[in-house]
Design a protein around this ligand. Structure first.
Ligand code: G3P
Length: 500
């Protein structure tokens, strides 16, 4: 990109017509053929955040055809050059982090500090992916390593792109979890179609625009906007889709799995991440990690601590420390960097409230009391939760933390494993051997020892067991997920070996 052609203030002017955002199709920012737009309101005061296109099936069909055409040329673009485009996109993101953070604040109520850090983390992720992608090498196999075979065949094994990747990021990380799909797809020679989340659409469009402004050829990066309920099926079952990478709710993910044909899927669908606290642990450390793990971004993270399993006799002391930590959290506006901000929308707030009322009515102790103003929910902690309460099993995706008291580590593991989800879990103990045994027993993709669940750093493998997902993410693992193995076998003719 020639930086001189884009001053800071007009860098992204190409995305808009007046105040309405366009979608990216075949290298052009367009308005929908349907003539329809959608309006999005802020989670915190219900005022209009942005307006963007409501793409039609015809818009989407054109996007897929463009992506399909462009992919062949992109795959033949030298790898070092593809890496250069990625690095340029990372520079654009970093230079415009404040403007992009403003969209995150308005659309998803992420506090400004975390919003800026999401953009910077994304630039880092893209640069790391460019490096890792250029190091992806194939291998050579020889026939004589198999019993009874002679050395008369050489097999060249390498990875080739899948084609067009449909990238569906969630509302909670519309920049970072979009890039974690787009960057590995591009470096390995795929083209992408991004379906932006309805809440968070403009933030994801900024990500697409960063690749566009970096000069990625027309059709290689495309982004469509619109309601999932109207265009979701058309997108996911389109015959030109060669892979879907989706992060989102379990219901959406399961429904996609049932409808699509024989294409690779990379899915991350949420979790009920348990924090198992053993009596021998550093309780201050455990309480701090639980408060931060449970309430960052108002608990709207699939890796949030969603249940605490306290092994007696430390229950009382742990609860006291957790309550002390929760009392220090600030509640308010994302621009003011409050720890707890409004949850994404009214229906989410209503659902969280229904779980609170259920636990309250069934007799859980409300040690940090629930309070609600619109979509803003105060951090709530329930102690003495029992298994007949919905909060013990469901994922609120909001600031409500249940604590269950159990008698032993074995009981805690058994309880955690009864969840239908299996994203992450964590165990707090000073006994490393016990921690390893618990990790071996827990049916989750990752177990953190003496730390809160987390996806990052972004090159670590990230995967859910059971209903939490399919496949692994994390930079290297996504490079593998977005490629397939290709073999070329060279048969060596015996007569060309005069020495044999
Ligand atoms: O909820 C999405 C998940 O990827 C959270 O990521 O980085 O907050 O652990 P992180």
């Amino acid at each position: 990109m020639n930086n001189s052609t884009h001053t800071k203030s007009d860098t992204f002017a190409v995305m808009k017509q007046g105040n309405v955002f366009k979608f990216l199709s075949n290298g052009e920012w367009r308005t929908s053929g349907s003539g329809k737009t959608m309006k999005e309101v802020t989670p915190y005061d219900n005022t209009e955040a942005y307006e963007f296109q409501s793409c039609s099936q015809q818009d989407i069909d054109e996007v897929f055809k463009a992506a399909n055409r462009a992919q062949r040329g992109w795959a033949k673009t030298p790898l070092w050059k593809r890496a250069e485009y990625l690095r340029k996109a990372a520079v654009i993101l970093r230079e415009n982090k404040d403007e992009i953070a403003t969209a995150l604040v308005k659309e998803i109520a992420k506090n400004r500090k975390s919003a800026v850090s999401e953009v910077v983390r994304t630039a880092d992720l893209i640069e790391y992916t460019a490096e890792e992608g250029t190091r992806l090498v194939g291998k050579l196999m020889t026939s004589d390593s198999f019993p009874g075979q002679k050395r008369d065949k050489l097999c060249l094994v390498h990875r080739v792109p899948l084609g067009v990747i449909l990238c569906i990021p969630p509302f909670n990380y519309p920049v970072n979890l979009c890039a974690s799909k787009v960057a590995p797809a591009l470096i390995t020679g795929n083209s992408v179609v991004i379906k932006t989340p309805s809440q968070g659409a403009v933030s994801a469009l900024y990500l697409a625009a960063s690749f566009h402004l970096a000069g990625v050829p027309a059709g290689v990066v495309n982004a469509v906007t619109g309601k999932g309920s109207e265009i979701g099926d058309f997108l996911t079952t389109h015959p030109l889709v060669n892979c879907i990478s989706l992060t989102g709710g379990g219901t959406t993910g399961m429904s996609v799995c049932k409808k699509v044909g024989m294409i690779p899927l990379q899915m991350e669908l949420g979790g009920k991440d348990a924090a198992i606290v053993l009596p021998d642990c550093d309780l201050d450390l455990a309480a701090k990690a639980i408060v931060s793990g449970a309430f960052s971004y108002s608990a709207q993270r699939c890796t949030a601590v969603k249940i605490v399993l306290a092994v007696e006799p430390i229950g009382d002391e742990l609860v006291k420390k957790v309550v002390d930590g929760v009392k220090k959290l600030t509640v308010g506006h994302p621009e003011e960097n409050a720890d707890i901000t409004a949850v994404i929308n009214k229906s989410s707030a209503d659902y969280i409230e229904s779980l609170v009322f259920d636990a309250r009515q069934k007799g859980a102790s409300e040690v940090c009391p629930y309070k609600r103003e619109g979509n803003l929910l105060w951090p709530t902690v329930f102690d003495h939760v029992r298994e007949d309460m919905k909060i013990a099993w469901e994922e609120p995706f909001g600031p409500v933390l249940p604590i269950i008291r159990l008698k032993s580590a074995e009981e805690a593991v058994e309880f955690a494993n009864r969840s239908t989800m299996g994203l992450q879990g964590c165990v707090f103990t000073n006994d490393i051997e016990k921690a390893i045994h618990i990790s071996d027993e827990l049916s989750t993709g990752t177990v953190q020892v003496n730390g809160q669940p987390a996806r990052g750093p972004d090159h670590f493998p990230f995967q859910g067991f059971k209903d939490s997902g399919l496949g692994s993410q994390g930079v290297y693992f996504s490079l593998e997920a977005m490629t397939k193995i290709k073999s070329t076998v060279i048969n060596l003719r015996q007569e060309s070996f005069p020495m044999n």
